[in-house]
Design a protein around this ligand. Sequence first.
Ligand SMILES: C[S@@+](CC[C@H](N)C(=O)[O-])C[C@H]1O[C@@H](n2cnc3c(N)ncnc32)[C@H](O)[C@@H]1O
Length: 201
Amino acid sequence: MKNSWIGGYEEYKRCQVDLTRRKITVGGVAPWFQSGVIEGISKYILDHVPHPELGICHGVRRGHEVEEFRRHIPGRIIGTELCEEAIMSCRVRDLVQWDFNVINPEWVGRADFVYSNSLDHSDRPLKTLEVWVRQLAPRGLLFVEWTVWHNRSDNPADCFCATREEYELLISSVANVKTILEFQKNRGKVKRHTFVIVAQG
Ligand SMILES: C[S@@+](CC[C@H](N)C(=O)[O-])C[C@H]1O[C@@H](n2cnc3c(N)ncnc32)[C@H](O)[C@@H]1O
């Protein structure tokens, strides 16, 4: 487990925003999430949370996963993103320019599910997870995505690297890990294996 961020907090936020700004300016940078993974998580949510009313996705860039969840799940789904330009450059509704490390009193205890594939962009993953868990409604579920790339860093914004087991351990220190969902997609010779750790507060 490695938290490679050594600067201050304002610098951390600037680094995240700069990278995202660069990505949206270059264009053509595909969303990280995979539709099949969001579909699988949605099925799990519908099987375990009878009438989801609120979902929160954290670190969504232009909010494509928010839209993907909306294809499967009724109720309100919102997304947080640090980079305002990313939100302003898309037409997805209910995206909020918000630091996912910060408590929003309006969301505490309200979310039927919280999803993120961006924990590797946190400079304080334990605190981040505590904030996300506090957002869960009593039967709400937390979904945190892990792939091998979450244990590698090719730029300073990917500041938290950890193995899947370390993710599990960290999450289990703030919530009860219920299960791990697995998804595999083969594109030519490239295999993408995604694990989603499911936890309850
Ligand atoms: C790897 S990208 C993932 C984007 C999106 N989830 C996807 O699947 O395409 C990580 C995103 O998290 C955002 N981010 C980083 N730190 C954040 C923070 N503290 N609060 C909110 N968003 C943050 C970045 O700006 C970036 O858009």
